[in-house]
Design a protein around this ligand. Structure first.
Ligand SMILES: Nc1ncnc2c1ncn2[C@@H]1O[C@H](COP(=O)(O)OP(=O)(O)OP(=O)(O)O)[C@@H](O)[C@H]1O
Ligand SMILES: [Mg+2]
Length: 915
């Protein structure tokens, strides 16, 4: 290896990164001693002292050691947990806007409190979790620490109403899911008045399970959508047609990329069935698109694997977690195509009103940090896309989870029989077992097998996070058998012997019946102790297992720089939770998360994966080679095999999928980059025209400036339309121009000019004067109406633009075969479309606002409905805020009048719909 890269390797090595943190840790420990002697009041007073010091020039980095020590002490006094040194290290990494990789069960929830406190002294802190249940759990679990120190804590849940959201965001620290934060951002940019916004500044976010959120979730953007006119009949028709096409003959399938393409024969068939002369005809573009979508729905999307049908609806099953995602819909008409295929009612087509990728949303934060048990395999992506550096933090105690090698069967059936046998064997020993599957179908199949053997068990489909988390939390009890779709339990804590607090809480409310609660808690604590003793037993240090454990301990000592003293490790343990995986997942991280439910906080534990050649991963990637290999090795149905060659082949397959998925995400991001720039521009524009909030004074002078600018540009547009730029005016169509001007100007100007530039000047002045006339004539309502017209027009056009961008992307995909780089094409086209859209919007606004026929009839409030009020997001969300009557009720237009937004529709069919 060349010397330079070797050097770089050393420089970047994790050890080096850690070593740099040690002096800071030492400083925290130094302060921690001092904090012990402070009274509660003195400790609390530190918050205002820090704020003062920060205001007078000290930096957060400077006060970090002291501030962390304060939190540490507060944590001990409030929730009885004192952050370990490794947790402090993790906290420092988070403060440094990096990713702390800390193994599952290391106490990351507590780690986040230290940087959250420090950063809340200078801005708002958002703590992002993977589901509502965890947000709530963490807010109430950690809340007492912050509250003790005088900071406020907010919580966002899916059903939190807007007014409460606003309050939550005003708190120093807010817990919520990525979807809650992201949708609030989008909704804030659909409101009409400033005080309808809820979110506040995006200063600093700590993302828990950061790999899941920034990598797995990042493949689907957050979308807010509203209904469009498209009919259900069309989807049904295409679903019917799709069944007439034969794979291999009419279309080719690429299962790996979930792509399909019609063959020549297929095209001809489509042309005949769809009655188009030529399917390549641009008018057939949508028909072609819908046909392919219907085929995809038929070929790639399997019921009870990719989605389930419940109450007449198609509900997506998250491919990573097996969780049901009732609030998500596949985009681009795929969801409807699946509904049509299943013969279900077609939910009305939803059109994208606003959209952002997770990547872009989180890049909006000034500071971003994350934590997870599994980030290292994705380090490159995290670095490239988010600029986040990963630091691996050693565990607090040596990790002694024993990984058995994978066992592989030829068939799925044989695999599950073997799993059931293994479960029976473990159950006889009283060992708790957690079995992870990748689909509800598998869970149910296995459940049947266990029932046949009379083994009591729980099946979790990650449908009800809260209830299931309670059950998963008890998965460590004596003899417990729990089947969960992959990791219903990411983030849930499985305690050996069960979680006494959860148990007590289910029978008695600690608030209303504190005594009974305490009594139960004591009892269950004892029970848990007893159970634990049966689950975890001392092991012989001289046995092969014992020697392996000592190896682990030595390794841990090396990593943490501790000296290995054998006398300290006389007692070692075996047993604990046994985790069984029923498939290797696409990404290694996901497997590790499942296995990570065992062996937490230094407990013993075991994990093993049972696979079959019929598993998706093995089937798609190298199934045939493996099959041949098993043949050669003479493996019969029902027989298992563990072989290095196979294990290595599987790892390779996983790596390949990881790389492929990275490519998909990178692609998505590259496209989104273009849209993001446009979105930023539109959001900035909206910002300028928002109605002032209650108590704010509208800046009408600024508004006038903007509108005058628009009038000038509009004038130029008109003049150019009738007299080619630079040509003498008499060569153009002056009477045409006058006719046009009559629509937007009264009285008409005299168009006497020798040069084009002079003509332009005359028209510009005329329109500007017209604007001022309108302002005067329609005072005092004109400014409010003007703002509303701009917002509505821009929103409408932006929405249309988003739809067109979607189409463009599809179309570009097709053009790619022509040898051009689709991304470059897309960029150019998208830019052109955006410019056109802006010009179009401006023209529409001006035609309304300058029209001499514009009248404003003032009635009592309510105000015009904001676009957002009619929209609904595809991730379900509470009914958006009813538009609050704005400060001064805007002029109200009659229901049958033309809509002031310039759509040309009647007001009652447009902005006034539903009012
Ligand atoms: N400083 C501490 N002292 C004692 N126990 C602790 C401490 N910190 C955390 N724990 C305990 O460790 C367990 C795991 O905590 P937590 O769920 O926060 O871990 P995690 O790192 O988030 O795990 P996962 O990766 O699975 O989400 C909890 O039972 C918690 O009470
Ligand atoms: Mg956690």
């Amino acid at each position: 290896m060349p010397v330079l890269s070797l050097l770089r390797k050393v420089r970047d090595s994790n050890e080096r990164k850690l070593r740099r943190l040690f002096p800071i840790l030492a400083a925290v420990n130094h302060w921690s001693q001092k904090m012990k002697d402070l009274s509660d009041e003195e400790l609390r007073a530190k918050t205002s002292e820090f704020k003062r010091r920060l205001a007078s020039g000290e930096t957060p980095d400077q006060i970090l050691p002291e501030a962390f020590a304060v939190v540490r002490e507060a944590a001990r006094r409030t929730i009885g947990l004192y952050p370990f040194d490794v947790q402090v290290l993790g906290g420092i990494v988070l403060h440094q806007r990096r990713i702390a990789e800390m193994k599952t069960g290391e106490g990351k929830t507590l780690v986040a409190t230290m940087p959250a406190y420090l950063n809340a002294l200078v801005g708002k802190v958002h703590i992002v979790t993977v589901n509502d249940y965890l947000a709530k759990r963490d807010r109430y679990w950690m809340g007492p620490i912050y509250e003790f120190l005088g900071l406020s804590v907010g919580l966002l849940q899916e059903d939190t109403p807007p007014a409460e959201r606003k309050k939550a965001y005003q708190c120093d620290i807010v817990y919520g899911t990525n979807a809650q934060f992201g949708f609030d951002y989008l909704r804030d940019h659909m409101v009409l008045s400033r005080d309808q916004k809820v979110q506040g500044p995006l200063d600093y976010a700590i993302i828990d399970e950061v790999d899941y959120i920034l990598i797995d979730e990042a493949r689907t953007p957050l979308i807010i959508s509203g209904p469009t006119e498209e009919t259900a009949r069309m989807y049904r028709e295409f679903a019917r047609l799709a069944r007439l096409f034969r794979p291999g003959e009419d279309f080719e399938v690429d299962e790996e990329h979930r792509r399909l393409s019609l063959t020549e024969k297929g095209w001809e068939k489509a042309e005949k069935l769809l009655k188009f002369d030529n399917i390549a005809d641009p008018r057939a573009a949508t028909a072609r698109y819908h046909l392919e979508t219907a085929l995809k729905a038929l070929v790639f999307y399997k019921r009870d694997r990719d989605y389930i049908v419940k109450d007449g609806r198609v509900i997506i099953v998250d491919e990573f977690t097996g969780r049901l995602m009732p609030d998500r819909r596949y985009s681009g008409g795929l969801h409807q195509a699946i509904e049509a295929k299943e013969g279900l009612p077609i939910q009305r087509e939803h059109q994208t009103l606003a959209q952002i990728t997770i990547q872009h949303y989180f890049r909006l934060y000034k500071g971003l940090a994350g934590m997870t048990g599994t980030a290292k395999t994705e380090e490159e992506e995290l670095k490239k896309i988010y600029g986040l550096d990963v630091v691996q933090i050693p565990t607090n105690r040596p990790m002694i989870r024993y990984h058995h090698p994978d066992v592989i069967f030829r068939t799925r059936k044989a695999k599950f029989e073997a799993v059931a046998e293994k479960v029976a064997e473990l159950h006889r020993q009283g060992r708790p077992v957690l079995i992870g599957t990748t689909s509800i179908e598998d869970s149910e199949y296995l459940s049947q097998l266990l029932k046949k053997r009379g083994l009591p068990h729980q099946v979790l489909n990650a449908k009800y996070h809260e209830k299931e988390a309670m059950i998963v939390a008890q998965a460590g009890r004596l003899g417990a058998i729990t089947i969960a779709t992959n990791m219903a339990g990411r983030g849930t804590d499985i305690l050996l012997g069960g979680n006494p607090e959860y148990r007590a809480r289910q029978e008695a409310d600690p608030q209303t019946e504190p005594e009974r609660y305490q009594e139960l808690l004591e009892r269950y604590r004892k029970e848990a102790e007893e159970e634990r003793k049966k689950i975890v037993q001392p092991a012989d240090p001289r046995s092969p297992y014992g020697r392996w454990v000592l190896e682990q301990i030595k390794k841990w000592c090396r990593e943490t720089g501790k000296e290995f003293r054998p006398e300290e490790w006389q007692e070692i343990y075996q047993g604990g939770l046994f985790v069984i995986g029923c498939q290797r997942h696409e990404a290694r991280r996901i497997d590790d998360q499942l296995a990570g439910r065992a062996g937490r906080q230094g407990d013993p534990g075991e994990a093993q994966f049972f696979l079959s050649l019929e598993d998706d991963l093995l089937r798609i990637f190298g199934g045939e080679r493996l099959s041949a290999l098993m043949e050669r090795l003479g493996v019969k149905e029902g027989e298992a095999i563990t072989h290095d060659l196979l294990t290595r082949a599987i790892r390779r397959a996983q790596k390949r999928v990881e790389e492929r998925n990275f490519e998909i995400r990178k692609r998505l991001l590259e496209y989104d980059e273009i849209m993001a720039k446009q979105r930023d521009a539109i959001y900035a524009l909206r910002e300028r025209f928002l109605l002032p909030g209650a108590g704010e004074t509208p800046n009408d002078a600024e508004l006038r400036e903007h509108l005058l600018g628009m009038a000038e540009e509009f004038a130029e547009l008109l003049v150019e339309r009738y007299v080619p730029r630079g040509k003498p005016p008499e060569e153009g169509d002056l009477s045409g121009l006058l006719r046009e001007l009559a629509q937007v100007c009264e009285p008409l100007p005299e168009l006497k000019a020798k040069r084009w530039e002079d003509l332009l000047k005359i028209v510009q002045e005329a329109l500007k004067e017209q604007l001022d006339r309108q302002w005067e004539r329609l005072a005092p309502h004109f400014p409010v109406v003007a703002r509303l017209v701009v917002l509505r027009t821009v929103d409408e056009n932006w929405r249309q633009h988003l739809l067109e961008l979607d189409d463009l992307r599809e179309g570009i995909g097709l053009r790619a075969y022509g040898g051009t780089d689709p991304l470059v094409e897309f960029k150019r086209e998208a830019h052109r479309m955006f410019e056109e859209m802006l010009v179009r919007s401006e023209e529409q606004v001006m035609r309304v606002l300058l029209s001499p026929r514009l009248t404003i009839r003032v009635e009592a409030a309510p105000a015009l409905a904001p676009a957002a009020a009619r929209a609904s997001s595809s991730a379900s969300r509470p009914a958006p805020s009813k538009p609050q009557a704005s400060a001064s009720p805007p002029g109200r237009v009659g229901r049958n009048d033309p809509c002031p937004c310039g759509s040309g529709k009647k007001y009652k069919h447009c902005c006034g719909k539903g009012l």
